[in-house]
Structures are given as structure tokens and as C-alpha cells.
Design a protein around this ligand. Structure first.
Ligand SMILES: [Ca+2]
Ligand SMILES: [Ca+2]
Ligand SMILES: [Ca+2]
Ligand SMILES: [Ca+2]
Length: 308
């Protein structure tokens, strides 16, 4: 009896929580700023806010390691992750990623680029976006509070627009969140989501063909975190994928028929604040204990009555 009362109370709380999340608490637009060109600083940040909720965004890409200049696309899960340049396209497109492996030195914003991801430059080509042609670009979003990221909207996309969202779960990493990204590989991060999902990067969702629609996710039993990772394509146990699946529901490898590269710019994100501790309508631990005592008392009375 006591158990069912508690379950009923929790059900009411759960329902109230879902209703509150039908709409996000805030939406942060990320369409303002300007680019540095030429020679941007890799690892730059851009900050945006809505009300008291603020976010700082930075860019990364799998450009490290010995295969940095290889034209092979198969290295994206074994290359180490390095900081990239977080570019901005106004007035409405939003944030893009220009990684370290560009090579177009005439119009490139990267003075020392020697890589084979050659269309990575600020003011031309489709890969000034966050893309997965050549290398896999991602954005790290660091919020001022623990929040539930629940929506995103693209201001621009080309060819295909699959996205994945990861959140850092568990304790704050002692070396800072960048230490859980830079120097690692996407394969290592993927292994973390499967072997230690409660303390590390956790896959929140794979979004297919987002396009110009506002994507919604993480609404049921939402996860709250200060650190969120958004990338192009899909994400599974091996790392990043094309985001495209065959008729059997299996991921299609980059370079195979049916795998389409994704090019996107992020215009806004929305989310929910962590709900305050319940104050009304939910029994306090103390009153639950009292209810238990009363219940035991009833049981005692019933036993005594049965004896008579
Ligand atoms: Ca790019
Ligand atoms: Ca690229
Ligand atoms: Ca797709
Ligand atoms: Ca795709």
C-alpha cells in the first residue's frame, strides 16, 4: 500500500515534468559575431545567452595524428581530436567549423594549412560549415548551468543534415572538459559511451535529415549537463558514421553508396533548466516516514482486531 501511494505520487511528478517540457525554457540564438580572416586562432570561443542561461561554444575536429594529410576518409575515428576555428555566418546561418586540415592557401583563413581536407576555409566552399567530408567536425557547448539540451535549429545546410548529440554525464572532469575531447579519438569517446555510460560522454540522440526543421530530443527523463557535443553524421559504438542507414537499418560507411556527407551551420539551441526540488504536492521524506509509521500502526490495529 505504502509502495503504491509513493508510485502514484511519483507518477504525478513525472506527468507534471513532461508537461513542463512540452516547450523549452529558453532558446539561444547563435547568429551574431564576425570572422577573423586570415589566420584565425584555433580554439576560439563564442558566447551567447538567453536570460540567465549562457553558453560558450568552441570547435574541434579529428585532424591530429600521422594521417592528418592523408586523403583517406577512414581516419576520422582514429585521428586525434584537435581544436578548430569556430566560424560565424551572419545574419542568419550561424556557427560553422573550419578545421586545421585545409590547404587552399589563397583564400584560406589558415596560414599553415597543409592537409587534404582542402575545402576548409572561412569564406568559400561548403566545408566552412560543420561537416564530415574529409574530417569530422564537432562543436562543444559549455553552459553556465546544468541544463537539458532539448532542441536545435540549423540556419543553413547542404547535401545532407544528419546530426548527433552527446552529453557529458557524471562528475566534472578534473582536467576540464576539453581534456575529454582534445587528444582523444572519436573511437575512444564511442567506447566510453558504451563501457561507462554513467560517467563520461553519453549518446543522447542521432538526428536524421534535420534540414530546416527545429529538432526536438532529450524530453523524456531528460539528462542534465553543462557540457554538450554536437557533430555531423551519426554516432555508434565505433565512433562517427555517415548518419545514413541502409534498408536493413545498418549504418552506411563513409565512401559507400548511400552515405551522404553532412554540411550544417548551427543557428540556435533550446533547452530546459533543472527543476527545483519538489516543494508542494510531493510528500517530504519526513512525512513519508510518518505515513509509514501510521501505516504500521494501522497494520498493528488490524492484527489486534484479527486476534479478537
Ligand atoms: Ca568544416
Ligand atoms: Ca571537411
Ligand atoms: Ca541523411
Ligand atoms: Ca549523412
Amino acid at each position: 500500500m505504502k509502495k503504491s501511494v509513493i508510485l502514484a505520487a511519483l507518477a504525478v511528478v513525472g506527468l507534471a515534468g513532461q508537461q513542463a517540457q512540452a516547450a523549452v525554457d529558453w532558446t539561444i540564438s547563435m547568429t551574431s559575431g564576425s570572422n577573423t580572416n586570415p589566420a584565425p586562432a584555433y580554439g576560439n570561443t563564442r558566447s551567447y545567452a538567453s536570460g540567465t542561461t549562457g553558453v560558450t561554444v568552441s570547435a574541434f575536429s579529428a585532424t591530429g595524428g600521422t594521417s592528418t594529410t592523408s586523403s583517406s576518409n577512414t581516419s576520422r575515428n582514429s585521428n586525434t581530436i584537435e581544436t578548430a576555428y569556430l566560424s560565424i555566418y551572419t545574419p542568419s546561418s550561424g556557427l560553422g567549423v573550419v578545421n586545421r586540415d585545409g590547404s587552399n592557401t589563397s583564400s584560406v583563413a589558415v596560414t599553415s594549412a597543409t592537409g587534404s581536407d582542402y575545402n576548409e576555409f572561412v569564406n568559400n566552399g561548403s566545408e566552412h560549415s560543420m561537416d564530415n567530408e574529409g574530417r569530422s567536425d564537432v562543436m562543444l557547448l559549455t553552459f553556465t548551468d546544468q541544463i537539458a539540451l532539448q532542441s536545435l535549429k540549423l540556419g543553413w545546410f547542404n547535401n545532407d543534415s544528419d546530426l548527433f548529440v552527446l552529453a557529458w554525464s557524471g562528475a566534472n572532469p578534473s582536467g576540464g572538459i576539453a581534456s575529454q575531447l582534445a587528444g582523444k579519438t572519436f573511437a575512444q569517446i564511442a567506447a566510453d559511451t558504451t563501457t561507462d555510460p554513467e560517467n563520461g560522454w553519453k549518446l543522447i540522440t542521432n538526428l536524421s535529415n534535420v534540414g530546416s526543421t527545429e529538432a526536438s530530443f532529450n524530453t523524456t527523463a531528460p539528462l542534465y549537463s553543462s557540457y554538450w557535443l554536437i557533430g555531423t553524421g551519426g554516432f555508434n559504438g565505433g565512433g562517427v558514421t555517415s548518419g545514413d542507414k541502409n534498408s536493413s537499418g545498418n549504418w552506411i560507411s563513409f565512401g559507400s553508396t548511400g552515405a551522404k556527407y553532412d554540411y550544417v551551420k548551427l543557428a540556435s539551441v533550446g533547452g530546459g533548466n533543472m527543476p527545483p526540488p519538489p516543494s508542494t504536492g510531493v510528500p517530504e521524506p519526513g512525512s513519508l516516514a510518518l505515513a509509514g509509521v501510521a501505516f504500521l500502526g494501522l497494520m498493528g490495529m488490524r492484527r489486534r482486531n484479527e486476534k479478537v
